[in-house]
Design a protein around this ligand. Structure first.
Ligand SMILES: *Cc1c(COP(=O)(O)O)cnc(C)c1O
Length: 363
C-alpha cells in the first residue's frame, strides 16, 4: 500500500531514541555479547527502511521473520549478518545463499530436502518449550548438525526462544534455560554462536545472554512485559502519531454520530473529525478511547470508521489543530501501552498494525 502523503495523519519516529535504547541495552550486556536487532514486520511498524541503516553500525546483525524481509535489508544496503528466524521453504534456499542471508534449520525434513547448498549458513533452532518451530531433543539436534555438515553447510549458530521471559513467575523460563544448557553441553559438535534472549530475557535475565541476544520491542522504547515488570533501564518511546482536526461542528442535543448511531450528543456539543480509522490500525474496538487536543483528553465518540474518527471536544478549535494519538501534548501523554491496555492486547500488536497508509517521518 502506498502511504497517503496528502493527509495530515503522520507517524513520527525518533531515530535517536531507537539508538539510545539499543545503547542502553548493550551497556547492560557483557562486551563480548553480540547484539542482533530484530526488525521484522517493518521494524515493528516503525519503518525498516530508515531504522535499519540508521542503527547498522551499533549492532552486530539483524533478525527478520522471513526471507523477503532479509532480501529487503540487502536492497537497503545492509552489509551486516542477517538471520531469518522463521522457516524458509527449501525452494528458496538458493536465494538466501545469493544474498548471504543466514537461515534457521527447524526440522530434519528441511535438512534432508536441501540440495546444492554450497555457501549456505544456518543457525539451528531448538524448541525448548515454545512448542512452535525447532528441534525438540538433543539427538535430533545432533543428527541435524551432522547432516548439515555433511552437506557442507556452515552451521554457525544454535538458538532457542523463551515463552515467559516477560513474566514475574520464572519457572517455565528456568526450565527452558536448563533444557537448552543441558542440550548444548552434550552436543557432539556445538556451533559457535549461541543465543536465546529476546528483549525481555535481555532485560530481566542477563544470565541467559550466551554470546548473542536478539532484541526487538525494547529498541523502540516499548516495555516487553507491558506494565508487569519494570525495565532496569530508561526507555525512550520512539513513536508518535499525530493528525489534525479536519472538521469541527457544534451540534444540538440528541444528534446521532457515526455508523449505527451509537452515540447521541448529550447537550450542545462540539464534535471534531480526525482522518484516521481502522484501515490505519486505529481499530474499531477503540471507540471510547481518547485522543489529545490542546493538551486535553478528548473521547472518541461514535463508531470508528474505516478512515475517520469523531471526538468530543471541550470547545471549538480551528481546522488544522493538531491531534495527538500517540505521544505528548503539553502535560498529557498517550502511549502505545495505553492503546494496548484499552484493546486488551500487547504493545507489539499495536505498532505492527499501524498500516502502511500512514507515512513515517523521521528526526
Ligand atoms: C520476534 C522475535 C524476537 C524479538 O522479540 P522481542 O520480544 O521483540 O525482543 C526474538 N527472537 C525470536 C525468535 C522472535 O521471533
Amino acid at each position: 500500500m502506498k502511504a497517503s502523503l496528502r493527509r495530515p495523519t503522520v507517524i513520527e519516529v525518533d531515530l535517536l531514541a531507537v539508538a539510545a535504547n539499543i545503547d542502553a541495552v548493550a551497556a547492560t550486556l557483557p562486551a563480548t555479547t553480540k547484539l542482533f536487532s530484530v526488525v521484522k514486520a517493518n521494524a515493528y511498524g516503525h519503518g525498516v527502511e530508515r531504522i535499519a541503516p540508521f542503527i547498522e553500525q551499533r549492532v552486530d546483525g539483524f533478525c527478520v521473520s522471513n526471507l523477503d524481509e532479509g532480501i529487503e535489508l540487502r536492497r537497503l544496503g545492509i552489509a551486516k549478518d542477517i538471520l531469518v528466524l522463521g522457516s524458509v521453504p527449501p525452494a528458496f534456499v538458493h536465494e538466501a545463499i545469493l544474498h548471504d542471508i543466514i537461515l534457521s534449520a527447524t526440522t530434519q525434513d528441511w535438512v534432508d530436502e536441501l540440495e546444492s547448498v554450497k555457501g549456505l549458513r544456518v543457525h539451528i533452532k531448538v524448541d525448548s518449550g515454545m512448542g512452535r518451530v525447532g528441534f525438540r531433543t538433543r539427538d535430533a539436534v545432533d543428527g541435524a548438525i551432522l547432516s548439515l555438515l555433511d552437506k557442507q553447510v556452515a552451521v554457525e549458530g544454535i538458538f532457542t526462544h523463551f515463552a515467559t521471559a516477560d513474566q514475574e513467575d520464572n519457572r517455565q523460563f528456568q526450565q527452558q534455560l536448563d533444557f537448552f544448557r543441558e542440550l548444548l553441553a552434550t552436543l557432539t559438535v556445538c556451533p559457535s554462536c549461541v543465543h536465546a534472549s529476546n528483549s525481555a530475557a535481555s532485560l530481566w535475565h542477563p544470565e541467559a545472554a550466551f554470546n548473542m541476544v536478539r532484541i526487538g520491542d525494547v529498541q523502540y522504547g516499548l516495555n516487553p512485559s507491558g506494565r508487569d515488570l519494570l525495565p532496569p533501564i530508561d526507555l525512550q518511546p520512539a513513536m508518535s502519531l499525530r493528525s489534525e482536526l479536519v472538521q469541527v461542528k457544534t451540534l444540538p442535543v440528541g444528534e446521532s454520530i457515526g455508523y449505527g448511531g451509537t452515540y447521541q450528543t448529550q447537550e450542545e456539543q462540539v464534535i471534531g473529525t480526525v482522518p484516521i480509522g481502522y484501515a490505519d490500525g486505529f481499530t474499531r474496538d477503540m471507540q471510547g478511547f481518547s485522543v489529545l487536543v490542546d493538551g486535553r483528553h478528548c473521547p472518541v465518540v461514535g463508531r470508528v470508521s474505516m478512515d475517520q474518527i469523531t471526538v468530543l471536544l471541550p470547545n471549538s478549535y480551528p481546522l488544522g489543530t493538531t491531534v495527538t494519538l500517540i505521544g505528548r501534548d503539553k502535560e498529557a501523554v498517550i502511549t502505545v501501552q495505553d492503546w494496548a491496555d484499552f484493546r486488551k492486547t500487547i504493545n507489539y500488536e499495536v505498532v505492527c498494525l499501524l498500516s502502511d497508509r500512514i507515512p513515517r517521518r523521521y528526526h
